[in-house]
Design a protein around this ligand. Sequence first.
Ligand SMILES: [Zn+2]
Length: 1046
Amino acid sequence: MVGSVECCVCVLERKEWMQALQQAMAEQRARARLSSAYLLGVPGSEQPDRAGSLELRGFKNKLYVAVVGDKVQLYKNLEEYHLGIGITFIDMSVGNVKEVDRRSFDLTTPYRIFSFSADSELEKEQWLEAMQGAVAEALSTSEVAERIWAAAPNRFCADCGAPQPDWASINLCVVICKRCAGEHRGLGAGVSKVRSLKMDRKVWTETLIELFLQLGNGAGNRFWAANVPPSEALQPSSSPSTRRCHLEAKYREGKYRCYHPLFGNQEELDKALCAAVTTTDLAETQALLGCGAGISCFSGDPEAPTPLALAEQAGQTLQMEFLRNNRTTEVPRLDSMKPLEKHYSVILPTVSHSGFLYKTASAGKLLQDRRAREEFSRRWCVLSDGVLSYYENERAVTPNGEIRASEIVCLAVPLPDTHGFEHTFEVYTEGERLYLFGLESMEQAHEWVKCIAKAFVPPLAEDLLARDFERLGRLPYKAGLSLQRAQEGWFSLSGSELRAVFPEGPCEEPLQLRKLQELSIQGDSENQVLVLVERRRTLYIQGERRLDFMGWLGAIQKAAASMGDTLSEQQLGDSDIPVIVYRCVDYITQCGLTSEGIYRKCGQTSKTQRLLESLRQDARSVHLKEGEQHVDDVSSALKRFLRDLPDGLFTRAQRLAWLEASEIEDEEEKVSRYRELLVRLPPVNRATVKALISHLYCVQCFSDTNQMNVHNLAIVFGPTLFQTDGQDYKAGRVVEDLINHYVVVFSVDEEELRKQREEITAIVKMRVAGTASGTQHAGDFICTVYLEEKKAETEQHVKIPASMTAEELTLEILDRRNVGIREKDYWTCFEVNEREEAERPLHFAEKVLPILHGLGTDSHLVVKKHQAMEAMLLYLASRVSDTKHGMMKFREDRSLLGLGLPSGGFHDRYFILNSSCLRLYKEVRSHRPEKEWPVKSLRVYLGVKKKLRPPTCWGFTVVHETEKHEKQQWYLCCDTQMELREWFATFLFVQHDGLVWPSEPSRVSRAVPEVRLGSVSLIPLRGSENEMRRSVAAFTADPLSLLRNV
Ligand SMILES: [Zn+2]
């Protein structure tokens, strides 16, 4: 035989000989293994699918159990297993396995139940799988296998040569062994669609069997294994990793394939394919497809536009079958991407589903209108091997169209009855198309959604499938501090919860959309970014693909809005207080404490209504500004909101108990009753009551100016909060009691109270000062602060209470972005003046609000590391004296508010800085200073604007505001960076009495005093009590009529 091979000159023939020889050897090896197994006494020739020790209930020692083929064998121990002396075996054709608990499972047979326990949950799973496999094998039939083995090459695995292969790849058209089948599966359905000859009985149609008889391993290997170097050939005993490498090379890369003469010429390949499919030459079709011919190329014939249609026209059923099975096969490429490069191109699970669906034509934009029933067409839909195909009817052979699961980016489920069909779902693709499907039956629609979701969500994100969702898909995002590169993450939206799975990093807690601190869209229309800020984290979702992004945007905005009218359905802030309440309370605290008749006077009807409407819609995005909103409009809106709460602040169920409590005579008993009742309120109501009463407590502190003492506030708020008519004073008494006993009822501690007082004092002082200087600033108390540098992505909106220090602001920003503070990270808040090209690190104890009010449009705040701080601290620690003197280059810019013309250039001057002043001398020997400034009134900025041509780059800008609010500005330049730092450090030192950096970061949570609010009414400012009550009663009778009269 060897001689005849050598004599043969035909290469092809030689290959066939080689294959025959290889097969013969494989058979021999298999027989050898079989006989040696018998010699050893091991029953059964096969290697076990699983073997190991298991606990069997009723036996003291663990048994050794092996799952082999369709049998489960029990041995006393490993030794006896090797000797082949078994206790018993269970034929799994009569067996059944089921899970009992975390580690146990039962193997049930008609004669006995075996209760096993594995060592771990994972092991239990593996045993279950192995035993279920044995059941499947026992129930399988070899009828299909016998028929396919009728072709000799099919009797040995196409890849490793193992005998009696009972698996197959239906697109590659090769028969393979179980081990190779496992690796084929790992290649993904885009390369190989694996089916069992024995178990997947439904797959094996007559046509497919015939195709395997005609193509099969013979033709398959002539093409796929034309050039296998002996060193890379597989053996039945090859290791899994060798097998994987070989199969990757063979089918994914096409490394060993027989190149078609037309390889590389796409047009010719396509033409050749269109010709081949009309003939019986299946091998040619296989070769062409394997070399890159386009399976859905245009044939040039509108009647039969695709190769599949041509084959149908020509009546080539085998060609059709082959083309259909290869519809989604990827063309092998030597440079093929490794499958894990893009995480969503990992092998998707194989999901199959089929049935009728109603479908509309795909759209390129969001569906704003209701789609009528007539717009849907009934289509037979098949989800299989990662493709959703829709056909004219269930008998149609060629699909009308298809959507690859890998192209699906989003799946959304509109509310029932959004369209002409009760239940619908939307599929968004990478190509920016939107497909709408509908069904009558909820169960069926649900089933489709589940199957499609499973087909396009990778294992990485499969946790998202465990819950129902309204929207599911992938989106580019940025999060944390790694904002350089967007990555693709998986998201699901359900109710007001947004879940996310990121390819890197730990599992994320769901975002509570209604509790977001901020939800905004930034960037231009081309490049939109959705910014979601939750305490401690910020998420940026990028609108790279417009269509599905717009869908997500709408859904997220809707989910983040208030869900209804009750308190807990509102957008909530940090301490569970509805955003709508604290927005108003905060504004009144900032601007309305000294306003006469605050909460008693009514706002303008239209303004109040408009404001309330926008607050109800999205309170988070409403930033109240002085000058735009009158305090009375805001106070009216708040009262209206509280009065209209369907369940009331004190809830319908408990309202009466509160009113009754107000009648308790013993003061102490009454207070403790209030405390009791408070605990019973739902958390959001409780937090809101506290915030509101705390606010009213502040308001009455200013009753000298605003005329609203406790009693007056109670008259206004009693009926509002209890939603009564105002004739009965019990409601008012509750409010009065709560304000009077505010500290006890709400367990307010000293610290909280002190902070609250400080804040109010600061606000009032500032307002008085502001009025005096005639510079009343529009008080947008929500301030924009940037992290590290000014750009849209680093923007944070922070509410700045009057008591907030630069240190607190810095920590707040870092906290929000979840930035950890390491030692020697001198995070500082800087005031940056863009026009002056200078910046000033705020001292940690500086109050932010006054700075904010003085900030021009050219300035902003940014939190970043103070790079020079360490050097400055070292300098301060090592110097000998508290003063500093030396030469600097000086330039004056004497102008009002920096508007004047600069005068002259830079000149050398001698400076002395001590604990009280900065003095300027013409020269070192001068006795009298030319100028002298009190050091505490100077503001020192690092940097000098380039327009002034500073002589060195180590300059600073000093601003001095005189008592007449006249601004003077000078520029100083040092020769070295160190000198600049020394001067700057000395300034800091003398200005802040030696406290340059906090000794330890005050990471105390800065519970901002949440202030509180009330209702709308027209009450005479200084009227009698009865007059006031009447006006409240009138108001409650028809609240809107009064609003209209304003
Ligand atoms: Zn094999």
